[in-house]
Write a protein that binds this ligand. Structure first.
Ligand code: SF4
Length: 391
């Protein structure tokens, strides 16, 4: 009943995740020109809903029995080269293959999305690779001699589609990107590596940590890097997704205020570790209106256990800490808990103009709240508390 009631009111039902584009761009959260520009409202309006829904004749495509139905089925009749009937791009794809590349043709983005799906490529990383290629071309690190004459111009939808094909099929100039942005940048040399927007080798999703400061510690300490489903602080800060039962409320959601952001990151990482482990769609609580208490009631009914909120959150913390220990075993350390250079550059205009998060302060506070030492290692006391001491 909770999900059904909230889903009727949710924008996810009529428009899916493309409903986020206009608001996210307004908050300075959406990637523009591979994280080097600050605003592009016209572009976000063209590729996001409601224009998306109209231009692509988009309809809900729900997972089995889901009343929210966030995915989209789309149909494009013209132009002929973009004829398509199938799955439409999600918000992350619109961000990374759209505004990130200054492309505002939602039909072309849909074709690139379809190609990525068929070629088995993540659209976030595909968009990051093409953004890096376009920036390197603009800066002269890649030239027409490298690309067999192709101009890698921002906003060129034909280039987007051609590069997706080359990367996915490992043919032509762009096959250099088939191992991802970091490996490509190493091969390209010069200062290409400084242009890459990643943490621990994982490209940023379409959410800017300079807009939503809770993402700073989340991305930096993410055990698989800058992941958009292992924190979702942006929804707390931009959309008012609060969970008072676990200590996530309005006071942690104030833009450009570092107070409470390390706390927010800790709570949301533990929460996501738990939710992902339950194999529960993040939109059930976040947009779908299912409270944490209800999730726990369902969990206890299925298992026959009697967990309270603290036990559930400790389970999330244990999962996250175990991942941290595995990373440490594999050589990851404090040196890897960092954000790329572009995240230290303030915006010149728009909602986050002149604002920059205090990355080191947030990380130090985060380590302390986690019960880690100054080098980011979980302390013996913390491991004992989590029953992980044998590791
Ligand atoms: S289960 Fe989640 S991902 Fe699937 S349609 Fe529902 S809200 Fe979307």
């Amino acid at each position: 009943k909770e999900i059904h009631k909230a889903s009727i009111e949710s924008e996810l039902r009529p428009h899916g995740t493309p409903a986020l584009c206009i608001a996210a761009e307004g908050f300075g959260d959406m990637p523009i020109k591979y994280w080097t520009e600050d605003t592009w409202p016209e572009g976000a309006k063209k590729i996001g809903a409601p224009n998306y829904t109209e231009v692509l004749s988009a309809k809900p495509y729900p997972c089995l029995y889901c009343p929210i139905g966030c995915h989209r089925n789309i149909e494009i009749q013209s132009p002929k080269k973009y004829k398509l009937k199938g799955i439409g791009p999600e918000y992350e794809t619109l961000g990374m293959l759209g505004t990130n590349l200054l492309i505002d043709d939602v039909k072309a983005i849909s074709i690139a999305n379809d190609l990525c799906n068929r070629l088995g490529m993540d659209t976030i990383s595909a968009g990051a690779c093409i953004g890096l290629a376009m920036e390197c071309y603009e800066k002269g690190i890649i030239t027409k001699r490298d690309t067999a004459g192709m101009e890698l111009k921002w906003g060129d939808a034909d280039v987007l589609i051609e590069l997706v094909k080359q990367i996915g099929n490992r043919v032509g100039f762009a096959s250099i990107f088939s191992e991802g942005t970091v490996q490509a940048a190493k091969k390209l040399g010069k200062n290409a590596l400084e242009l890459v927007v990643e943490v621990k080798g994982l490209d940023f999703p379409a959410h800017d940590a300079r807009a939503c400061w809770g993402l700073v510690p989340t991305y930096a300490t993410g055990t698989r890097g800058a992941c958009h489903i292992r924190g979702v602080e942006e929804d707390v800060e931009m959309s008012g997704f609060y969970m008072p039962e676990i200590g996530v409320s309005e006071e942690h959601a104030k833009f450009f205020n570092p107070e409470g952001k390390a706390h927010l990151a800790v709570k949301m990482q533990d929460y996501c570790a738990l939710i992902n482990s339950l194999v529960l769609c993040v939109f059930m609580p976040d947009g779908g209106g299912l409270s944490f208490t209800s999730i726990l009631n369902i969990f206890n009914s299925i298992t026959g256990w009697d967990w309270d909120i603290q036990e559930a959150m400790t389970c999330g913390e244990r999962i996250f800490t175990l991942q941290r220990l595995i990373n440490q075993r594999d050589g990851y350390a404090k040196k890897d808990d960092k954000l790329p250079p572009k995240m230290h550059v303030p915006a010149k205009k728009g909602f986050r103009a002149g604002k920059i998060p205090p990355v080191n302060d947030l990380l130090n506070e985060y380590y302390e709240l986690r019960g880690w030492d100054k080098e980011g290692h979980p302390t013996k006391e913390k491991l004992e508390k989590l029953n992980l001491v044998m590791l």
